[in-house]
Structures are given as C-alpha cells and as structure tokens.
Design a binder for this molecule. Structure first.
Ligand code: BG6
Length: 466
C-alpha cells in the first residue's frame, strides 16, 4: 500500500487506525507492506514511531505494544514533493525492493490522502511514472483510491475524469464516499428490501417527504483552511447526503452485483433535480470567521438546507430535504420518512389536528434507532386521537460481533477488488448535475448566522416536531 499524504489528518484519524484494526483482526493479507509518502520530515524509523503513536492515540489498542510494534515494522517512508516525479520513482524503488524480497510481484493499493486540489497533478505524475503498471495486470493488480470531493464543480470533475480515463482504467479506480461503507447506512437497503412492511409503502403514493439530517457538534477549529471556500454543501451535501438519498430511493436490486448496484444508484442521482422554489437555508455559525485558516469576511456556509425532487415514476411528487450543519447542539445522522396523511373527518375521528400521519425516523448515527410517530387513542372518556412517538430498539445488541469502521471496509473492499461501495464516474457526474443549480443559486440567499451549540439558524424547524 502506498499512502500519499502519509502524515496528514486523514492518515492519522482514519487510514492508519483502520489498517491497524484490520491487522489486529487478521483481516489483511499475510504479507503486506506500506510506503508512506509525504513532505513531512521523517525517515523510516521516525515514521514507524509516528505510526505507533497514532495507533495509541486513535484506536482502542493502546495497550498491545508488541502488536503495534510489529505492525509499524511494515512501514517505510519516502519524503518528497508530489509535484516532482522523483517521489514516485522512489516509491516504485521501494516496491521493487519489496517484490524482490518476497520473490513475487505484489498487488498495489495507492491511496491519495491529499488535498483534492492535488488530484489533477498527481494523476498526471502517476501516469508519467507508470506507477499503475509496475507489474503485468495478469500477475498483480494496482488500484487507486481517491477521496471526495471529486472536482470543485462539474467542469473540474469532468477534467479530472478525463485525466484519469487516459491513464488509469476505470476498473482500477476506487472513488471513495465512506458513507456507502457505513454499516448503519447500508442497513437502509436491508430495511427496505427485506421488510414487507416498509417495502410496500416505499413509494410516492405513500411517502410525502423524506428528510436527511447530518448534524455535527464539531466546529471547524482544526480544519479551517480545508473547509473555507468548500462549505457544507460540497463537503457533505453533494456526496454523503446524496448517496444516502440514493440508497433510500433506488430500485430493488441484487446487492451482490456490483454493476447493477452502481447503475441503480446512478439512475436515482440522474433523476434528481433541485426544487429552487422550496425553502433553502444557508447559515454560518457565529465565530467561524475567527477560525484559523478562515477568511475574516468568509461567506462559506457551515449549515444548509436544500430540497430536491425526482422524476422517477415511483417517486414523482415526493419532496426530499437535505440538511446539515457544523457546531450544532446534537450530533445526529438520520433519515426521516414522512408518510402521507389520512383525513380524519371521514372516519368520524377527532384530534387536535385535522389529519393524522406516520413518520419513521431511521437514526443511523451515532447510535441506531427506529422511531415511529403513530396516531393513537388518547387516554380518557372520549375517543380522541393524539400523536405519539414509539421508539424501536433492537431486541438484543449483537454481542462480540465486530462492526468495522467505514474506512476498514473501504480498504478491505479495495484489496478484494470490490467496487460496489465506491462511486462510479456516472454517479459523480450525476451528483454534480444535481448540485450545480443549487451552487449557482446559493450565493443569492442571505447568510444567516447561528449560535454554536444551537439547532442552526432560527428559521430552522425540524418538520415533525410534535
Ligand atoms: C467528511 C467531511 O467527508 O465526512 C467532514 O469532510 C464530515 O466534514 C465527515 O464531518 C462526516 O463523516 P462521519 O463518518 O464522521 O459521519
């Protein structure tokens, strides 16, 4: 494995810990070797120390020193500038030496854990250095893992795709959206496909709207320079939330068939269009402009709400609301499905409201829960209705069953050559098409400020607040 950006935030928080967890679970191939490549001033030994410290800090395995030491022993470090071909040659040199040592040509996984602004240049350098063709494809594979956001808009995404297309065959490219690799989010498909109760009501005839919320409590104090100019819309909306929506709307499919899964996801994304007439919100938390790396007059949004519609016959007439914000009071990732109301007068039923409805909340993180709003008989002499929330918790928590982190699955799927949980070029293109009109419209909206620790701009109301 070659980690470009080997000492950065992603490497420390996700890649090294996830790789170590896989190692500790014996889920990695018996022989593996990691080349860390970056600009930071390390040599093999000091980088191994860095790897060990990262694991102690960012995993639950702090105590097992021997295991950590053995693991870190598989790392070497190459220092250099990603603009310079030299670093790619040196990485290749390390791979040649390793191949010689083990007497075979090894499979190679390249991970670009670098700022997306470097992708274009690095795709070129990888091609020029023939890094993707160290061995014959028949003998060993080379896969390239690329993080989101893929491009800054549809034009830059197309340019990147074109650069990739000429140098790396599509079956070697793994475009990451780690939301597709989250157990809880993949569970959306299980809930939908395997449960007749939901399956039969999963259409525009029954569903009035679906809301997707990603509320985060973290502010941007550690990521100001990355985030400023990107904003919430592109950081999570155009990718994570849109992919969640794709899983909520996609046609039933054989989930073991990679091409079919990617195709039906793409079809949903291609069917979506923004509803620019609906309420849109653009917010920024107070104090954001004082964050290190953020412009003092920054107009970057840290909160948004947008609405979408789909022209798929199954979903015509349903509204989809995507909402996300940083520095909010509560961390939640959820999808709320609001079913169409029933007119109560035709049943002679009375209630404080005219219509009854059901809404199903799929809470996907940090913990998982199903919550159903039902209209039920109120206690008392009269037959009156009232809405109640029913929380459904699984009958038993699976003991001792390991739930891998999304990045563990990302690495493992890439090693196993399974692209199902990765975004296709077609999906990237479709996602940009959905978001381009929103991006054009957004700067025209007022930038509402909100207090850190609140629910977002004052206007913001959770729709099924009972
Ligand atoms: C990342 C975004 O892609 O996803 C972050 O850059 C965001 O800003 C994160 O916080 C959310 O992922 P998770 O796994 O923490 O829900």
């Amino acid at each position: 494995m070659v980690f470009f950006g080997a000492a950065g935030d992603l490497a420390q928080k996700k890649l090294i810990p996830s790789l170590f967890n896989l190692y500790a679970k014996n889920a990695l191939p018996e022989k593996f070797f990691v080349v860390g490549a970056a600009w930071d001033d390390y040599d093999d030994n000091s980088y191994r120390k860095f790897v060990a410290e990262t694991i102690t800090k960012n995993t639950a395995h702090g105590g097992y020193h021997k295991v950590i030491e053995d693991f870190a022993g598989n790392f070497v470090y190459v220092r250099g500038d990603f603009n310079d071909l030299k670093i790619y040659q040196e990485v290749k040199e390390c791979i040649f030496n390793y191949n010689k040592k083990i007497g075979q040509c090894s499979n190679i996984l390249y991970y670009l854990a670098v700022p997306p602004s470097l992708y274009s240049l690095m795709f070129e350098r990888l091609a020029q250095s023939e890094s993707m063709r160290i061995c014959d494809q028949e003998e060993a594979w080379a896969h390239l893992l690329v993080e989101k956001p893929f491009g800054r808009d549809i034009d830059t995404a197309r340019e990147l795709e074109e650069k990739l297309r000429v140098s790396v065959p599509d079956e070697q490219v793994y475009r990451i959206d780690h939301y597709l690799a989250k157990n809880a989010i993949e569970n959306i498909l299980a809930l939908r496909f395997a449960n007749p109760l939901l399956r039969n009501a999963w259409n525009a005839e029954c569903v009035e709207s679906i809301e997707i919320n990603l509320s985060e409590t973290d502010d941007l104090s550690n990521r100001g320079s990355f985030y400023d100019g990107v904003g919430a819309l592109l950081d999570v909306g155009q990718n994570h939330l849109l992919q969640m929506l794709a899983l909520l709307l996609m046609n039933e499919v054989d989930v073991s068939n990679t091409d079919s899964v990617r195709e039906v996801r793409a079809k949903v994304l291609e069917s979506l269009y923004p509803d620019l007439e609906a309420l849109m919100i653009r917010g920024q938390y107070e104090g954001y402009r004082q964050t290190k790396g953020v412009a003092s007059d920054s107009k970057t949004e840290t909160f948004f709400q947008v609405s979408l519609k789909s022209n798929l016959p199954l979903w015509e007439g349903t509204r989809f609301v995507l909402r996300s914000g940083k520095a909010l009071g509560e961390a939640v990732n959820e999808a709320v499905v609001n079913f169409r109301p029933v007119d109560l007068s035709s049943h002679g039923l009375t209630s404080s409201v005219e219509k009854s409805f059901n809404s199903l909340r799929l809470k996907l993180g940090p913990d998982q829960l199903l919550e159903l709003v039902m209209f039920v008989r109120k206690a008392g002499f009269d037959f009156e209705l009232e809405p109640r929330k029913y929380q459904l918790v699984a009958d038993h928590e699976p003991d001792g069953i390991y739930s891998p982190d999304a990045y563990e699955l990302v690495l493992l799927d890439c090693i196993n050559g399974d692209q199902t949980r990765f975004v296709s070029a077609r999906e990237v293109e479709a996602a940009w098409k959905v978001f381009m009109p929103i991006m054009k419209h957004f700067p025209k909206l007022p930038l509402l400020s909100y207090e850190p620790g609140s629910n977002g701009p004052k206007l913001f109301e959770v729709s099924n607040n009972l």
